[in-house]
Design a protein. Structure first.
Length: 604
């Protein structure tokens, strides 16, 4: 009992001293262990990532980091390394997290094409067959970063970058883990198809793979679509789905253009945007074109209403240019009058003509397959009209009675477009078309026709007796004058057999009309005469006409039959006239333009 009491007193005293209850400084202080110090040390885990970084070849000298905070920036406190000459790298670090979540980020300094720095002296080079600056080979867009997820097992390339970007899209869209898994599987399938890679090794892109021509073109088109569709279609995986549907057509368009992929993308062809827009609409992302230059239903209603008219194009200005002369024509709003004019030496000449409002005479056109003249309204056994159709910005129809297609290609401009300004700048300054307040939207029409077409008014055609000849080579300029030229007795007529020209001068010594003729072969394989006339008289100043005549046998001998010739043209012909139409119902512009041109005509 005695020893137990002493022990209790000692313990009690020690506790009082430890609590500072005593004022005696000479007493011995007893320090307790720090309760915050763990009794067991925290473990550190070693981490290592090895991999290959490639972008249009092996990336040498690129900085690769483990982006632990996943901000796509290599922060100063994050582990990093530098790739070797073959693009290989290894990152080692320690952390208290056993399985860290991170991105991989590779950065490099991209050299611009305009730099004078020799490629061999750059810190970054790419392992290629030739020494080149470390730039983006495909377009002017500089790429100096590629990224990857941890599950890409060290691979760093364009495909891992795409995968990470889409992974972030899924997260930002609040997709669940299961939804993300499904979307990533769909992405893998799409990228495998687009880039033509095995899905099992989709992201293991070698340096050689990244330099493959088809891989480079595909990746350039991927980035081109990123620019074209930017902000227009928010749907997840829209870009990959659209490219998957359109890439074959885009590559065909590229091949047909005979341009490099760099020039193709820099030119941003409307045809490419039409292909992309068609894919977007086919996939149900939108019902409208993605580019205002692409024709929609309302645009076609305006254009076809102007083109498909029995009295000729309405609400349409046409300008044709030769070497020293330009000619123009425009009907008034009600198609009762038509203005013909020309520009020579900055002088605007012209005249207004009435339009015949009576029904036209039946016209028969030569059908090369049936070997006969056909009028589709009257009917012909074995003939069936080919339906018209619209594809992209083109309307295709056929000459009545024939199988020859006529293609109308439409370019749509806004009044504020630089391209429209360039069109106006290309017209004769004497017409002052740049001074006109044009409608907000205008349509330029180009016409193409694969073959010549001839037509005739069988029941009402004009016939001309012609001199007898055994061979068409015997036809002379005098024969043309005797059979086809109409002139007054007081007129002075001169001609040249060598030049095949005829000039008629009035009694005052003024040239009234000049002719040029030549012998051609018609689509019906008959000899045909082309007679071109340039009128300089007061009644028809500056008017140019082309008349055509078939040479046929008749009971009374040779005759020349007046016909129409519609010449074959191509969409890129330098002789293509400028044809402009617009929405007359909205802007009521036709009479404004008509009056503008009338005011410019020099009175004679």
């Amino acid at each position: 009992m005695h020893h137990k009491s002493i022990l209790a007193i000692l313990i009690s005293g020690a506790l009082l001293v430890g609590c500072g209850s005593s004022d005696d400084d000479s007493s011995t202080e007893i320090t307790q262990p720090d309760s915050g110090t763990p009794t067991t040390p925290v473990s550190e885990y070693n981490h290592q990532v090895t991999g290959l970084a490639v972008y249009q070849g092996a990336l040498s000298g690129a900085t690769v980091c483990a982006d632990l905070n996943q901000n796509l920036v290599c922060d100063s406190d994050e582990p990093f390394t530098i790739t070797d000459v073959d693009g290989n790298y290894q990152i080692d670090w320690k952390s208290e997290v056993e399985t860290p979540d991170y991105y991989l980020v590779a950065n490099w300094e991209a050299q611009t094409p305009s730099s004078n720095t020799p490629a061999e002296k750059l810190q970054l080079s790419t392992k290629r067959s030739a020494t080149l600056p470390a730039t983006d080979l495909i377009s002017n867009t500089t790429i100096n970063q590629i990224t990857a997820l941890a599950e890409h097992n060290g691979a760093l390339n364009r495909l891992t970058t795409i995968n990470l970007n889409r992974h972030q899209d899924f997260i930002n869209s609040n997709k669940s883990a299961s939804e993300t898994t499904v979307l990533l599987a769909e992405l893998n399938t799409l990228l495998s198809k687009i880039y033509k890679r095995d899905i099992d090794t989709l992201y293991q892109v070698s340096a050689a793979n990244s330099l493959d021509n088809d891989f480079l073109i595909t990746d350039a088109l991927y980035r081109y679509l990123e620019q074209v569709l930017a902000g227009q279609i928010p749907a997840l995986l829209a870009l990959e789905n659209v490219l998957g549907l359109s890439i074959s057509d885009l590559k065909i368009l590229l091949d047909d253009s005979e341009m490099t992929i760099e020039d193709f993308i820099a030119s941003d062809p409307l045809a490419a945007r039409i292909i992309i827009s068609n894919a977007v609409i086919a996939l149900g992302y939108t019902e409208s074109p993605i580019d205002y230059r692409i024709m929609d239903v309302s645009d076609w209603d305006i254009v076809l209403d102007s083109l498909i008219q029995e009295r000729g194009f309405k609400n349409t200005f046409t300008l044709s240019s030769l070497i020293n002369i330009s000619s123009f024509r425009l009907q008034n709003k009600f198609q009762t009058r038509q203005l013909f004019g020309s520009v020579m030496n900055d002088l605007v000449l012209g005249r207004e003509f009435g339009i015949n409002l009576s029904p036209g005479k039946p016209l028969f056109c030569w059908n090369t397959e049936l070997k006969d003249w056909v009028n589709p309204d009257i009917g012909y056994i074995g003939y069936e009209a080919t339906p018209s159709f619209i594809t992209d910005n083109k309307y295709t129809t056929h000459y009545g009675g024939t199988t020859v297609p006529i293609i109308f290609e439409v370019q749509k401009y806004l009044q504020t477009d630089d391209e429209w300004g360039a069109v106006l700048a290309s017209t004769p300054s004497a017409l002052q078309l740049d001074k006109v307040s044009w409608p907000e939207t205008v349509y330029r029409i180009r016409m193409a026709q694969t073959d010549n077409v001839i037509c005739r008014e069988i029941y009402y055609e004009e016939l001309y007796n012609f001199s007898e000849f055994h061979d068409v080579a015997e036809i002379s300029t005098q024969d043309i004058i005797d059979s086809l030229i109409d002139y007054n007795e007081d007129d002075i007529l001169t001609y040249s057999d060598t030049e095949q020209t005829i000039t008629i001068t009035d009694d005052m010594g003024n040239d009234v009309v000049a002719y040029h003729w030549q012998l051609l072969t018609s689509p019906s394989d008959q000899p045909m005469i082309e007679l071109t006339s340039l009128y300089t008289s007061e009644n028809a100043p500056g008017v140019v006409n082309d008349d055509y005549y078939l040479l046929e046998d008749s009971i009374g001998g040779k005759i020349a039959v007046s016909i129409q010739l519609h010449k074959a043209t191509s969409l890129d012909s330098i002789a293509m006239p400028l044809i402009i139409t617009y929405d007359e119902n909205t802007y009521e512009f036709t009479d404004t333009l008509y009056q503008h041109l009338t005011d410019l005509i020099t009175p004679l």
